[in-house]
Design a protein around this ligand. Structure first.
Ligand code: F6P
Length: 476
């Protein structure tokens, strides 16, 4: 990395706070690709994020100038955005509208529905993005590099460009990007604003070619921008934005080191005792509509119905951790997952065999333990920007796991030669892929798993982030 100042902006930051009854604050470090990417970096770096909870807000108010460095959080500034504005921006716009558009999740007879209330939500999204742009403009030194992350912050690049034309700005989308025909279901002015906001960046990054191409198609179709699909550039309002593909991978060394720690080993032992010598199918997701958990469970039910030879010989461990429970769609989805799991247990379970174990409490060490033991890993999202479960599983597999993977995950572009690929809507095909994965000879599984591991670790987080910054040195 060169010695320019680097600012990172994301909704969720690297730390979160907990407020005890006696008023003391404790800090917790988060996980994920961006945190890993930043962990090993030194130099002049500042991370700007939103306060997400009352405890975070308390920490910001106690800190001098909103800087949290004194908590051992690195150089972090949390923005104390008014609670109502934050909720409308995060829940109503980012996680409902934009997330639903890019993952193509709408059930169109009922939703979406854009009305006067949506306008107020949108104004909050603008205010939330403006708060980030203001903070970045204030903290950035001349010529600094700014890496703005994800769908929460699509307007911030354009707003920052207006405030500070001297900065080098990158935007990275961790989600898929919708094709123009679907993107157009948003109100026209909002669709234009989002694209023009991202185009405020010098470089717009995506995890997979498919999403980068869809973004370029939207720019051509919605903005009538001049695009070059081969060179991956978009010219709009007199500016050029380069579009790049950097598929985030995993850091195999630190992941394996974490999986070797005692808390993971203890959970591994407990899981081993629970499952015995049965074959193990594992899935690990946030309980998120795009992850397609209900169809995945339906596929497992079909496997058991069509292949009674597996009765008593296989267990499905489904980890479905809570997510975004402020939104009714997520609460209903969680209930649907639990109903389906209960039906499967009732239909097939007996005194000596629990065919399905559904875990809903977030427990990272237990997930790592499960990766180690899986014979088969099921990753079947409807659409997914990348999906790191598909990459972490093979890296941690002890005996070589077979991967059943949705063709609609960004990771498919890198893993499709050695995974068993499925259409996520085709439950029967998924059931057959599970059967084939369970039957796969051990040697073949190990060979495929080794190649999956190599692909999964090709662009570890620090190199992925460096690629975003390097792209800024080649301004058009
Ligand atoms: O996929 C986009 C993303 O921002 C991920 O990077 C992250 O894991 C996920 O959504 C988490 O969302 P939230 O911060 O709402 O829990």
């Amino acid at each position: 990395m060169d010695d320019s100042q680097v600012l990172v902006a994301s909704n969720r930051g690297p730390v979160s706070f907990k407020l005890a009854d006696d008023g003391t604050l404790s800090v917790r470090r988060g996980g994920g690709g961006l945190v890993s990417a930043m962990a090993g970096l030194d130099g002049d770096i500042l991370w700007i994020c939103a306060a997400l909870s009352d405890a975070d807000r308390a920490a910001v108010r106690r800190a001098e100038d909103g800087r949290l460095d004194e908590y051992g959080a690195g150089a972090v500034r949390m923005l104390d955005i008014p609670v109502g504005t934050f909720h409308r921006a995060y829940n109503a716009v980012a996680n409902s509208t934009l997330w639903f558009v890019h993952h193509m999740l709408y059930d169109t007879p009922n939703s979406p529905h854009f009305d006067a209330r949506s306008r107020r939500d949108w104004q909050s999204y603008e205010a939330y993005n403006a708060a980030f742009a203001d903070a970045l403009a204030r903290d950035a030194r001349p010529g600094a590099k700014v890496a703005i992350q994800d769908y929460h912050l699509t307007l911030a690049p354009g707003m920052l460009r207006e405030r500070r034309p001297d900065l080098k700005i990158a935007h990275f989308s961790h989600t898929p990007w919708a094709p123009p025909e679907y993107y157009r279901l948003m109100p026209d002015d909002i669709g234009r604003q989002v694209l023009e906001g991202v185009l405020g960046a010098d470089h717009a990054g995506f995890h997979a070619e498919h999403w980068a191409d869809a973004f370029i198609d939207c720019c051509a179709s919605v903005l009538q921008a001049k695009v070059d699909r081969v060179a991956r550039t978009v010219v709009h309002a007199g500016r050029v934005t380069r579009v790049g593909v950097h598929g985030l991978g995993v850091d195999g060394v630190s992941l394996r080191a974490r999986a070797a720690e005692p808390d993971v080993r203890a959970r591994r032992q407990a899981l081993r005792e629970q499952v015995g010598d049965r074959k193990l199918i594992v899935r690990i997701d946030r309980t998120e509509l795009s992850k397609n958990i209900v169809r995945g469970l339906a596929a497992y039910r079909e496997l058991l119905a069509k292949h009674p030879e597996w009765h008593g010989r296989v267990v499905h461990l489904a980890f479905a951790y809570p997510s975004r429970h402020d939104l009714p769609e997520y609460r209903e989805y969680t209930a649907a997952v639990q109903r389906m799991a209960a039906e499967i247990s009732d239909e097939f379970g007996d005194a000596g065999w629990e065919p399905l174990i559904l875990q809903v409490n977030d427990d990272y060490p237990r997930s790592l333990a499960a990766y180690g033991l899986a014979d088969v890993l099921l990753v079947n999202p409807i659409r997914d920007g990348m999906n790191l479960v598909a990459k972490e599983g093979p890296v941690l597999s002890e005996d070589g796991c077979a991967l059943v993977l949705s063709r609609e995950a960004g990771a498919a572009a890198e893993l499709d030669e050695d995974a068993l690929m499925i259409n996520p809507f085709d439950v029967s095909q998924t059931a057959e892929a599970l059967n084939q994965a369970l039957l796969m000879p051990r040697a073949e599984r190990a060979e495929r798993c080794a190649r999956l591991t190599a692909a999964a670790t090709a662009l570890p987080p620090q190199r992925w982030f460096a690629a975003q910054l390097d792209a800024l040195d080649h301004r058009p």
